[in-house]
Design a binder for this molecule. Structure first.
Ligand SMILES: Cc1ncc(COP(=O)(O)O)c(C=O)c1O
Length: 398
């Protein structure tokens, strides 16, 4: 049956003014979106499994906490599942109150979002318009870059320093040079695993140009070496916004809960533009229970530390070096260039071991492996020598 042409019901004056369109034109994307390249920045392990038609034996590439969340968080989410017919509380009241107690701040210092990623997106709504500049390290966690590009903002990058850390003095100099609205620093860093001691961040804040926000992504904070929930940066300081998540140390990546700690003026601005119902009731229940189980967090820290050591010895057995890590992954220097590391990665994939690698030099000489159980790391260590050997062979035959 042919559908009726609704256009014919339009008032005559509109019909006369607009000739019938024979060509389907599609939506009118914004000039910024039209100028963006079509890319899929993150190929998920699930997608790789689908395209290979095979499940990975171990999933060690997505910086997830393979040990899983606290059993109390699981119980809380199971109980909340039956209430999932209700929207989540748009203010995340109970979770924000508990986070405020945990950090010794007020709930008005905290906004909750759909992971740090959701907050990064919201932040670009707040601060980035066409031509606005954001300074970041070339090759650090890239999600913010896509959101900035989507707003027509301009990324200004600085390379990693010679010690594979984010180069704070160079970042600061760039922020002054380009009049950056945002300086994005990831501490501890992904993909290097490196970190900056507290004093360094404080002096970075003191040196910021006027009107530049330091966006401090602390996704791995709880796994750091000198873990202290109440790090010393003043929460009411208008020059800085800190980001934390339940995806890493708390093992709730699939629940999508992150939060920002900052001055009430900045936190309140998020309410103007955020998706108020983005957070699910199940996720809120899981995050709250996870936060209240600090004993489990300490157990996780211990297991991660043990796994970092195990990965260190596996790397050493094959003449590889691990970069120091304050995260739940270890970045292993394969000792050659990016082409070689890419071959090692693809050989590990062939052996059903999922790991990832940094995308750009100088860190693309490395592969990045998640901390995991002894059993998972045994599977990785059995696959590694063959992967290295075949990668060497393929490199030689190129
Ligand atoms: C530095 C960094 N920030 C943020 C995220 C994403 O966090 P979330 O799951 O809270 O969106 C990741 C995930 O890998 C990360 O490495």
């Amino acid at each position: 049956m042919r559908s009726a042409n609704l256009r014919l019901s339009l008032p005559k004056r509109i019909l006369d003014a607009t000739p019938p369109r024979r060509i389907i034109t599609g939506p009118r994307f914004t000039p910024v979106v039209q100028a963006l390249p079509s890319i899929v920045p993150f190929v998920a392990p699930d997608e790789i499994e689908r395209s290979r038609g095979q499940k990975f034996s171990v999933r060690l590439g997505a910086n997830e906490l393979t040990f899983g969340p606290s059993p109390r968080a699981v119980e809380a989410m199971q109980a909340a599942a039956a209430t999932a017919w209700m929207y989540g509380d748009p203010k995340s009241h109970n979770l924000r109150q508990a986070l405020a107690d945990h950090h010794g701040v007020q709930p008005l210092n905290i906004t909750v979002g759909e992971g740090i990623d959701g907050i990064l997106c919201n932040l670009t709504h707040l601060l980035i318009g066409p031509g606005d500049k954001l300074v970041t390290t070339k090759g650090t966690y890239p999600t913010l870059n896509y959101f900035v590009a989507g707003k027509g903002g301009l990324l200004q990058t600085v390379p990693y320093g010679p010690d594979d850390r984010q180069d704070l003095p160079a970042l600061l100099a760039k922020a002054w040079e380009v009049d950056a609205k945002v300086l994005y620093v990831v501490n501890p860093d992904n993909p290097s695993g490196s970190w900056h001691a507290e004093g360094k961040i404080e002096s970075l804040i003191e040196g910021l140009p006027p009107g530049c926000l330091l966006l401090l992504d602390e996704a791995y904070h709880e796994l750091g070496v000198d873990f202290d929930a109440n790090a010393k940066v003043a929460v009411d300081d208008l020059r800085v916004l800190r980001l934390r998540t339940f995806s890493k140390a708390y093992g709730l990546a699939g629940a999508r809960i992150g939060y920002a700690l900052g001055a009430p003026e900045i936190i309140a601005a998020f309410d103007k533009i955020r998706n108020h119902f983005a957070i699910s009731r199940v996720g809120q229940a899981g995050a709250l229970a996870a936060l209240l189980d600090q004993a489990y967090l300490h157990e996780v820290r211990e297991r991660v530390r043990h796994a970092r050591e195990t990965l260190g010895s596996i790397a050493a057995q094959h003449g590889m070096r691990c970069l120091p890590s304050a995260t739940n992954f270890v970045t292993m220097d394969c000792g050659k260039d990016g082409a070689f590391a890419r071959l090692v990665l693809s050989e590990l994939t062939e052996r059903n071991v999922f790991v990832r690698m940094p995308g750009v030099p100088p860190l693309d000489r490395c592969i990045r492996v998640s901390c995991s159980s002894d059993e998972d790391l045994r599977i990785f260590s059995e696959a590694l020598p063959g992967a290295l050997k075949d990668a060497e062979r393929k490199l030689g035959s190129k």
